[in-house]
Each structure stands twice: as structure tokens, then as C-alpha cells.
Design a protein around this ligand. Structure first.
Ligand code: U2V
Ligand code: MN
Length: 249
């Protein structure tokens, strides 16, 4: 009896070792779980479900196989793959959730979020998020010819890389006030999120009650998975296969 949480795998063609690690995880560790939650940034970028990127089909097949072994799979969008749509979710056997999403986990109410919403000090990013949430803009972007979308994405990823390089680490972390507000507004005392790439379990007091914020790790250097059982949460690392082994598929 266990529920698994992963996030920030940031899959891309340049990192076949991460793809191999995730497929191995889905074919082994995740089999038999009560459910698997993917809390965003599964992919390094996403410009539409119609993107013929072969990586997408490889990953959809692996998730679909797991869902067909009766492991429900849930997905919350990250700041990278926020355009991942119902068409792809269906191909991958995933159910899309909103952000935040409240679940009952072995009798405990838990807030699930990607985590970017909690980084309130990063005003530049919050502005980017508000703009790209606009329905009409998403409608327009997704109808641009694919090469155009690829060019825009390439440019924006370069910009993000530069911006992140000079932004202070502190503004790219969650703000305690935003964490408290999200817990209070949903009457929860446990939160699980990703995005900051700072894996940890933080125990603190909220309105005189014990509270817990669990941050999932990214998969750049090693895999990171949260294993929840009744009354127990364990954050574990998973080694990535050596890059050359992975490229042999
Ligand atoms: O940790 C931190 C910092 C975190 C880093 C924040 N930065 C970050 O995530 N950047 C980023 C995310 C996604 C991509 S993308 O390549 O996947 N792709 C680009 C084009 N997208 C688009 C959509 C729409 Cl609706 C409209 C347009 C428009 F109008 F511009 F054309 C474009 C769709 C998505 C590229 C960069 N803060 O705390
Ligand atoms: Mn993120």
C-alpha cells in the first residue's frame, strides 16, 4: 500500500539517461502502487500535443502500460509543460489535475502543487505565468505552425536559462507566507510540491498545529521519488543509469 510522487524530471532528447531512469521506474518501482502523481515539469518543454517528438510517444507508452496495470496516474502541470493537453494525457493514461489540488492521502488532507505558484518573490516569473495562462493566447499559440512554435520555444528557453543564472537563489524558492496561505485556504497541514529542485521534508507549526511541506527533487543528477504509506512519507533517491548505457536504450 503506497502512493508515489515524482516531479521535475525535465525530460528532453539530450538526456536519454533520464528517460531510461523514468521508464525503469515506471516498469518496476511504480508497479503495484495505489497511485502515481506527477507534479509537473515532466518535460523540459511542451509546445503542443501535436509535437511529433518521438520522446513523447516513448513516455506515453510507458505511462499507459502502468495505468493499464491498474495504477491510476495523475498529472499537475509545471511551468515548463503547462500546455500538455487532454489529447496527450489520454495517450499516456493520465488524469490532469488543477494546481493546487487537494487529495485525501490515507486519511490525511494534502495540498498538491507544482510549486511555481508559491515563488511569489519572483515577480518576473509570476508575470510570465499570468500571461501564458490567458486562454486566448494559448489558443493562438497552439494554432501557430509547429516550426514557429519551436522557434519561439527555443528563444524562450534560452532567455529563461539566462534569467535564472542571475536571479538570486532566494527569490526562486517558495515564500513561507504563500505556503501558509495555501495550507490555510484548503484546511490542510501537509503539502507536496516540486519546482524548486530543493528536495526536503520540512516540519513546522501552522496556527499551533504541526505541519509538513515535502519538496520533491529533480532528476538531473539522480532520480527522486516520494513514497507515501499510511502515516509515513519517505523521500528516496534513485540512481540514473550511466549515460552511455541509456543511449543503448
Ligand atoms: O524557478 C523559477 C524560474 C523558473 C523558470 C521560469 N521560466 C520558464 O518556465 N520558462 C519557460 C517555460 C516553458 C518554455 S516552452 O519552451 O515549453 N514553451 C515556450 C513557448 N510557450 C508559449 C505559450 C504561450 Cl500560451 C504563449 C507563448 C508566446 F506568446 F510567448 F508565444 C509562448 C509555451 C511553452 C520555455 C520557457 N522561478 O521561481
Ligand atoms: Mn518547475
Amino acid at each position: 500500500m503506497s502512493t508515489l510522487f515524482i516531479s521535475d524530471i525535465h525530460l528532453c532528447a539530450q538526456r536519454p539517461d533520464m528517460t531510461a531512469a523514468l521508464v525503469h521506474f515506471l516498469e518496476h518501482d511504480a508497479v503495484g502502487a495505489d497511485a502515481l502523481y506527477v507534479l509537473g515539469d515532466l518535460f523540459e518543454f511542451w509546445i503542443g500535443d501535436d509535437d511529433p517528438n518521438p520522446l513523447h510517444q516513448t513516455i506515453a507508452d510507458a505511462f499507459l502500460a502502468l495505468s493499464q496495470q491498474n495504477v491510476p496516474i495523475y498529472f499537475i502541470h509545471g511551468n515548463r509543460d503547462f500546455l500538455l493537453g487532454q489529447q496527450y494525457a489520454k495517450r499516456a493514461g493520465m488524469t490532469l489535475l488543477g494546481d493546487p489540488c487537494i487529495i485525501e492521502l490515507y486519511g490525511e488532507r494534502v495540498v498538491l502543487s507544482h510549486g511555481d505558484l508559491l515563488c511569489t518573490l519572483d515577480e518576473g516569473y509570476q508575470k510570465f505565468r499570468r500571461i501564458t495562462q490567458l486562454k486566448w493566447l494559448r489558443w493562438l499559440f497552439l494554432r501557430l505552425p509547429l516550426p514557429r512554435r519551436q522557434a519561439i520555444a527555443h528563444k524562450m528557453r534560452g532567455q529563461s536559462q539566462m534569467e535564472n543564472a542571475y536571479k538570486s537563489q532566494s527569490i526562486m524558492d517558495v515564500t513561507p507566507a504563500a505556503v501558509d496561505a495555501m495550507l490555510r485556504s484548503h484546511d490542510c497541514r501537509m503539502m507536496i510540491h516540486g519546482h524548486t529542485h530543493r528536495p526536503a521534508i520540512h516540519d513546522f507549526t501552522l496556527d499551533g498545529q504541526p505541519a509538513r511541506r515535502i519538496v520533491l527533487g529533480d532528476w538531473f543528477e539522480q532520480g527522486s521519488v516520494l513514497i507515501c504509506r499510511p502515516g509515513e512519507q519517505r523521500l528516496e533517491q534513485r540512481p540514473l543509469p550511466q549515460a552511455d548505457m541509456a543511449s543503448q536504450g
